[in-house]
Write a protein that binds this ligand. Structure first.
Ligand code: C2E
Ligand code: CA
Ligand code: CA
Length: 558
């Protein structure tokens, strides 16, 4: 009852809400005209004049006409009511429809947002969303002068799981890992995300001490410890974990994740476990803070320059190839040699992108030179990071295909140190790369501690005697013995011997006598940009034509 009263009241107010309706005006006008016509007719019938006074008299003499005067008002009221009903009916429909539309739109928007932010496989936040959340946390931390910790973890041996059990099982493992990690971070306030493949990230705000990161890493190892069953086989999971702290190791989300990633790679190279970024940002050198961000921009904006240094086959007196050596044309600091940014790029976890840039440019140059008739090889330096990346061989294959360069043209130079530091893991990638037909060169040979048994198994094509031995080989008997011994060792293992750092003619003469295969050094040619190399090649051809050396055909025999 109370409800029907209320309904009635709301109905009445709705009749007048929104002002006088046009239906009320029409009804009023029609009824008024009808009353007027009736009054005129009555006046004419009774012989009254058709003046306002006559019409008034007709009205007052006829009670029916007087009663009819109420009709326009009744009609107006009806019109108002009809209009309100009519419009409220359509109104009633419209909001319902609009609400439906809105709900659907809101739901679709929410779904799109979710898809944008979420990793489809695990349902965790994806890398982009993680970086955004981290940015927000860093802004707050900057204002509150608090610290933020980031953990990057990468499963150990996950590529083997994929290889042995198939991608579907790999996905199952990743889902299980995601669930376990969610459990580990539950109630800690940490943000968890899947960054890529088998790598996950964690952000912890208001970090009270670095010990919190260590504890979290231990917790992660604990939840991963119970074996995971796949096809009735139980699989032991472990992860390498890296940690970085704002503002000690980086000041932006990207740098922080990269720093933690670098620490993780370092931990992996050392056999797994947890590692915090070792080097704090030097507070006094504000420029260093932004170097990793700048280097990222340098990669994206092509500030890097690839120099090429000739490699000469001294036995055949031919140009064998070139070594690609990167430089950075920094907008403010000028021309930077690799020693000034490669170690930093390694720490910031940028080597993957940098190596990819170098490879791309090196192959692009090689393809161009090939078209001009110079079918020579190209050697590219790779850091440990790339070798630990199971996807690297695929990257290589894609780039070779893109530039249509035969794989045997490419030599990958890996320092002896890198190869020896994590033999099991590097062996995997090196083998895959070598199986593709790409040559492997052991760079800076003699500076590390090679195990001959490992060296024997390594599918390498050449050893590159370190410059330090070549420099003094004519003055120091010990260095000469090392150079001679290395050439012989290389040949005994079926490898090409390469010597670098040749600055004088007599060094090259001696190396040829010793049976060295390839030499490289300032004496023959410094590292130079591609256009200078073209001039250098033309000059070389001119001087060696008399000896009938066909650079075009046989220079790349191996
Ligand atoms: P590296 O691989 O041992 O390269 C040879 C270095 O010796 C080059 O220095 C080259 O300019 C220099 N060199 C060549 N001939 C002579 C010579 O006759 N005398 C003297 N004094 N030096 C000579 P650069 O270009 O400064 O490179 C230094 C190191 O930076 C390289 O050593 C390599 O380890 C690293 N690097 C350069 N480019 C790359 C790259 O694209 N990726 C990676 N991962 N490392 C790179
Ligand atoms: Ca090298
Ligand atoms: Ca070297």
């Amino acid at each position: 009852m109370q409800q029907s009263n209320a309904e009635f009241m709301s109905r009445v107010t709705s009749i007048f809400r929104g002002g006088i309706s046009r239906y009320a005006l029409y009804a009023f006008a029609i009824a008024l005209v009808a009353v007027l016509v009736a009054t005129i007719a009555a006046a004419m019938l009774t012989g009254l004049p058709l003046t306002p006074a006559g019409l008034y008299a007709a009205q007052t003499h006829n009670p029916m006409l007087l009663a009819l005067d109420a009709v326009p008002f009744i009609f107006a009221l009806w019109g108002q009511g009809f209009g309100a009903t009519f419009s409220s009916d359509t109104d009633n429909q419209r909001p319902r429809k609009r609400a439906g539309d809105d709900n659907e739109k809101v739901a679709l928007q929410a779904e799109a947002r979710r898809l944008e932010q979420e990793d489809a496989l695990t349902g965790l936040a994806n890398r982009g969303h993680f970086l955004k959340q981290l940015d927000a946390a860093l802004q707050t931390a900057q204002l509150d002068r608090t610290r933020v910790g980031v953990i990057v973890l990468d499963l150990d041996g996950f590529s083997e799981v994929n290889d042995q059990f198939g991608a579907a099982n790999g996905d199952r493992v990743l889902k299980s890992v995601a669930r376990r990690l969610s459990n580990a971070v539950e109630n800690t306030g940490a943000v968890l995300a899947r960054l890529s493949g088998d790598s996950f990230g964690l952000a912890i705000d208001t970090l009270h001490s670095n010990g919190v990161l260590e504890d979290m890493a231990a917790r992660i190892q604990d939840v991963l410890a119970p074996p995971c069953t796949l096809d009735k086989l139980s699989l032991n999971l472990a992860a390498s974990i890296g940690g970085a702290v704002y503002p000690d190791h980086a000041t932006d989300s990207y740098g922080l994740v990269n720093a933690a990633d670098g620490a993780m790679q370092h931990a992996k190279a050392g056999g797994g476990g947890f590692e915090l970024v070792q080097t704090a940002l030097p507070v006094e050198d504000a420029e260093m803070h932004s170097l990793s961000a700048e280097l990222r921009a340098a990669i994206d904006e092509d500030q890097l320059v690839l120099y090429l240094q000739p490699l000469i086959d001294i036995q055949a007196d031919e140009v064998h190839g070139v070594e690609a050596l990167v430089r950075w044309q920094h907008p403010r600091r000028g021309f930077l040699p690799p020693g000034e940014f490669i170690p930093r790029a390694e720490r910031a976890g940028l080597m993957h992108d940098l190596s990819k840039w170098v490879l791309r440019r090196a192959l692009e140059y090689n393809a161009a030179l090939r078209k001009e008739g110079w079918s020579i090889g190209v050697s590219v330096n790779l850091s440990a990071r790339s070798l630990l990346d199971p996807e690297f061989p695929d990257v290589l294959a894609a780039l070779l295909a893109e530039y249509d360069v035969p794989s045997e043209v490419l030599t990958i130079e890996i320092t002896e140190d890198t190869l020896m530091s994590d033999q099991r893991r590097t062996m995997d990638v090196v083998t895959r790369v070598s199986n593709m037909g790409i040559h492997i060169s052991i760079d800076d040979f003699g500076t590390g501690y090679s195990q001959l048994t490992y060296l024997k198994r390594l599918p390498a094509s050449e050893i590159k005697i370190d410059r330090s031995f070549v420099t003094d080989m004519l003055e120091s008997d010990t260095d000469l013995a090392i150079v001679k011994g290395t050439i012989e060792l290389g040949h005994a293992l079926g490898l090409r011997a390469v010597a670098e750092g040749i600055e004088h003619e007599n060094q090259s003469v001696r190396l040829r006598e010793l049976g060295c295969d390839i030499i490289q050094g300032y004496y023959m040619g410094r590292p130079m940009p591609i256009d200078k190399l073209r001039e250098w090649l033309a000059e070389w051809q001119l001087h060696h034509q008399s000896r009938a050396v066909a650079i075009g055909e046989s220079s790349h025999s191996r």
